[in-house]
Design a protein around this ligand. Structure first.
Ligand code: SF4
Ligand code: FES
Length: 370
């Protein structure tokens, strides 16, 4: 097999621990314990190998990366080898002192998650008081002169507040806002019925986005990602399997995408056992769905196979139990009709908040297949 082009992005999941309890969380049902997390010197080795491989930037993410008391050392290690660093945070715990230390370590930018524009509803969705901490964090980031991004996971319970969320981003002086509808993986898959938007909500949201894109009085950079359950067009997930980025999870497992831990027979490699170069270029986990050779029909003969790469492997597995099937989000997939049926939710249940250990109670991901 030819040597693949180098990756340019690294998602560094420093910890699964998190002060929030969002029901849409896409992290796995079983989270990595703190005692199994990579140490800061192991992260430094990961960054050095990543930079040598061609990676240009890393998201320092989680969970909540601020819960790592050595986050400053980890940041400094990434900066030292030339990586652009972006902290992805809930804002809880981002004090002036902490941010100053991170700036001293070389941090380049901050991405802040927001659950809703209304403080009370935001705190309800996040499962704890956090909105004021987010507001304060945004102010600190701007005062330090760092680029500020806001990300919002959209769903039935905040989609109607889209206009207010965009106004909030302007008021908080964000440079950009990422508005992505919920991806149903991990814990979020358990709450799929509760989170599923309506077609009416999505139609109104498209109008709002079009209006904001026409506005000349704001420099806010808006990224809007449609939910592929509704479009009939699968997303080119991660730019293709093993094509542009890799994810290192808190215990050092390396994945082609954050949700790939859900594919049980993937045999994901770990940085404790293998070099990042071998993992990227040769490991069975990264080569399995790379390119087009693995594709089933109808992808195999489809004109779009080099545009969407057959859609999302994790979604295909979550919905059909087979990661090698065409993504059911595609209108050409034999599973698409069953997927569309899932979008008609007239009486949604309440969202189940993310709680440690609750995964073992009643739900399994398998029960969510088509
Ligand atoms: Fe994409 Fe496969 Fe659907 Fe074609 S058939 S649009 S390649 S998912
Ligand atoms: Fe894993 Fe799409 S989320 S391939």
């Amino acid at each position: 097999m030819n040597t693949p082009a180098p990756p340019w992005a690294l998602l560094s999941e420093l910890t699964h621990s998190c002060p929030l309890h969002c029901g849409y969380c896409s992290n796995p049902l079983e989270l990595t314990r703190r005692s199994h997390e990579l140490a800061d010197e192991q992260w430094a080795a990961v960054f050095a190998q990543a930079a040598e491989l061609g990676v240009l930037h890393t998201h320092l993410s989680g969970g909540e990366p601020l819960l790592r008391r050595d986050l400053e050392d980890i940041t400094q290690a990434a900066v030292r080898v030339g990586l652009y660093t972006q902290l992805v945070t809930s804002g809880v715990g981002l004090t002036a002192k902490r941010l100053d230390a991170l700036v001293d370590a070389g941090l380049h930018s901050v991405q802040l998650s927001v659950q809703h524009a209304d403080p009370v509803t935001s705190d309800e969705i996040g499962g704890r008081r956090s909105f004021e901490a987010k507001r304060a964090a945004a102010r600190l980031v701007r005062e330090r002169g760092l680029p500020l991004g806001i990300n919002v996971v959209l769903h039935r319970h905040n989609l109607d507040a889209l206009d207010d969320l965009l106004r909030l981003a302007v008021a908080w002086e964000a440079d950009r806002i990422e508005l992505a509808n919920t991806q149903f993986y991990g814990w979020g898959l358990l709450n799929r019925t509760a989170l599923m938007p309506t077609r009416g909500q999505l139609a109104r949201a498209r109008t709002t986005i079009a209006h904001w894109h026409e506005r000349a009085d704001t420099a806010l950079d808006i990224t809007w990602v449609e939910p592929d359950y509704f479009t009939g067009t699968p997303k080119p997930c991660m730019g293709g399997w093993g094509a542009v980025s890799l994810t290192v999870t808190p215990d050092g497992t390396v994945l082609p995408c954050p949700a790939a831990a859900s594919i049980p027979d993937l045999d994901a490699p770990n940085v404790r056992d293998h070099s990042l170069r071998w993992i990227w270029e040769d490991s069975p986990a990264f080569t399995r769905y790379r390119g087009t050779e693995w594709m089933p029909t109808p992808c195999r003969t489809c004109d779009r196979k080099t545009e969407d790469f057959g859609g999302c492997r994790c979604q295909a597995f979550a919905l059909t139990g087979d990661a090698a099937r065409t993504d059911p989000a595609c209108s050409l997939s034999p599973d698409h009709t069953a997927l569309v049926a899932l979008t008609h939710v007239s009486d949604p249940p309440a969202i189940v908040p993310r709680r440690p250990g609750a995964a073992r109670q009643t739900h399994t991901a398998r029960s969510h297949q088509l």
